[in-house]
Design a protein around this ligand. Structure first.
Ligand code: DON
Length: 566
């Protein structure tokens, strides 16, 4: 979906929200949905409703998260997925933390030079579209593992809502109809068999999208769990698709795929504990490095102080994204120096060159081009009545992933291989650089920026937060946290606030339309910053626990995101 942040579309989005019976923020309102006990905030009202209904049946936050994940694979197929991967960060009510890594893996036949021609040059789009762009999907194994450890309702009950949505269909909004029309050409070019469920007509508002093959695949997953996807007919469909399209994912790749429970990264910022995703995500490290640096600097969003904060933030981002390029990768394959990167003395040393009045030029390296992209990852946040919380970010990577729909199985495959460093110094689709640490290797997970995060205050759940947005994910999560805990905003207000992003290379601050209020532009330019406007940054879906124990949702108005709860 090309969801630019265009305020005049709010009226339509609100109508859509009312039609679905969910709460989406009004333009003038800065308070999100408030509920007494439980909440789901996701990219699609129907998926949020599925999660709410699971919670009403007595399911816990993990049950609801699994059901929302499968529902998004149907109603938000550009990013919600069974052909991709992601991360769960979980906080159990008693204060234990877990993270589940169901990121895709490089196929066994993958190798560092697989996207280069005989002269060592990158072959255009090979890591981005078509069969070689896909990593081995992890989402289904992730959902199964999460259910085995924490699920309380029967597995089948969590998949059934998605099966119903796929087989009965759901009604498209204008934005959704346009999205499928725009994707048609790529689907037909890159899939080996025309996926007529998406391409068979020119979609208009009010059409019903039915996905029969996907419903059958989900039914197999409902009945057989992991085996319904990684073995039997679905695995055979995937491999047949690969063979027809010149891809390399094999039956062995599918059989061997395993998601992994990992210790989340845990850091402290003032009174707040931050529980977030470690490698193979860079996101948790980035926000902990930034918060660890910022704690020595007073920040404010009032008047001229806001420019000082944005300057400080940009200078932190430059240093941290330079670290990302050099040191961050899948820690199963590369020794990511987590402790050293978060070491207080190290963070201070990185900031010795900080000048509050002047931008530090980024080191001269091959220029990365930050692309304007649609937000095709998705994040959702869940809190259940018991106080358990799940923060989940999941993705196909780019819009509609590789644009390959597995014939017979009806789902879209990811193009996550582009998140590897396909050639040292060559930027990925988000303009971020990488080198040896993040090179392509069989079985390895490509470095991610996804930052599902949970905050605690005084030992109690405080916030659940995350967003899509490629390399802008960690900085959007960072800004949302700072908006609440430093600038005193409520959840919805913090989510609505205009965003800024910088990432070392390219050496610019990008900002959303309307972000440059007052004399911000002049103040930042006078420090030597270059500013560029771009389309909406991120889609943060978050939940804040208010002092009286109620929950406030923050559903991002940049999309049709919606909060639902009770
Ligand atoms: O894992 C990552 O960092 C990327 N594959 C996320 C992609 C994303 O957020 C797409 N949305 N703009």
């Amino acid at each position: 979906m090309n969801l630019k942040f265009i305020p005049r579309k709010f009226g339509l989005l609100c109508l859509v929200a009312i039609w679905y019976g969910c709460s989406t923020p009004q333009e003038e309102s800065v308070t999100g949905l408030i509920t007494e006990k439980a909440m789901v905030v996701s990219a699609h009202p129907l998926a949020s409703d599925v999660g709410k209904s699971i919670l009403q049946q007595g399911g816990n936050a993990v049950d609801a998260a699994i059901a929302v994940h499968f529902a998004l694979a149907v109603v938000y197929p550009e990013a919600g997925n069974i052909g991709g991967g992601g991360f769960f960060v979980i906080r159990q009510k008693e204060g234990t933390y877990h993270s589940l890594d169901f990121r895709e893996r490089g196929p066994l036949a993958a190798h560092p030079d697989m996207y280069l021609d005989e002269n060592g040059e990158v072959i255009d789009r090979l890591s981005l579209k078509g069969h070689l762009a896909s990593g081995v999907p992890g989402a289904v194994d992730g959902m199964v593992k999460a259910h085995e450890k924490f699920g309380s309702l029967p597995w089948a009950d969590l998949i059934q809502p998605a099966i119903d949505l796929a087989s009965e269909g759901f009604v498209l909004t204008e934005g959704e109809a346009n999205k499928f029309n725009r994707a048609k050409e790529n689907f037909q070019q890159y899939s080996t068999v025309d996926p007529v469920q998406f391409t068979g007509k020119d979609w208009v508002t009010g059409d019903r999208l039915v996905q029969t093959q996907l419903a059958e695949t989900l039914t197999r997953i409902r009945d057989l769990g992991r085996e319904g996807f990684y073995a039997g007919p679905v695995a055979e469909y995937i491999v047949a698709e690969m063979e027809r399209g010149g891809g390399i994912i094999s039956l062995e790749d599918l059989e061997k795929y395993e998601s992994t429970w990992r210790d989340p990264l845990v850091g402290q910022y003032k009174d707040y504990k931050i529980i977030t995703m470690g490698p193979p995500s860079s996101g948790g490290l980035i926000i902990l490095q930034m918060l660890g640096t910022m704690k020595d600097y007073p920040v404010s969003n009032k008047g001229e102080d806001y420019a000082a904060y944005l300057h400080l933030k940009t200078e932190m981002e430059r240093r941290v994204y330079a670290d990302r390029a050099a040191y961050m990768a899948d820690s199963d394959y590369y020794p990511v120096p987590i402790e050293a990167l978060l070491d207080e003395a190290y963070l201070k040393s990185r900031f010795l060159t900080f000048d509050p009045e002047k931008a530090t030029p980024s080191a001269e390296i091959q220029e990365g081009q930050l692309l304007s992209m649609s937000e095709e990852t998705t994040h959702f946040s869940v809190v259940d009545p018991m106080g358990n919380a799940v923060s989940c970010t999941t993705t196909l990577n780019g819009g509609m992933g590789s644009s390959v729909v597995v014939d017979g199985a009806g789902f879209i495959l990811n193009n996550e291989m582009d998140d590897f460093s396909i050639k040292p110094g060559h930027p990925n689709m988000f303009g971020v650089l990488g080198g040896e640490a993040n090179k392509v290797e069989p079985g390895k997970r490509m470095l991610s920026s996804m930052t599902p995060t949970i905050l605690e205050k005084g030992g109690e759940l405080y916030m659940v937060v995350g967003t899509p947005g490629g390399s802008t994910i960690p900085t959007s999560v960072f800004q949302t946290i700072v908006n609440v805990i430093e600038f005193g905003m409520g959840m919805q207000e913090a989510v609505n606030e205009k965003r800024f992003h910088s990432q070392w290379q390219p050496e610019v601050i990008s900002y959303e339309q309307g972000a440059l209020t007052g004399n911000l532009q002049q103040a930042l330019e006078s420090k030597g910053h270059v500013l560029t406007e771009r389309s909406g940054i991120g889609r943060v879906d978050a939940i804040l626990r208010l002092p009286d124990g109620r929950l406030e949702g923050g559903a991002d108005p940049r999309g049709m995101d919606a909060a639902a709860g009770f």
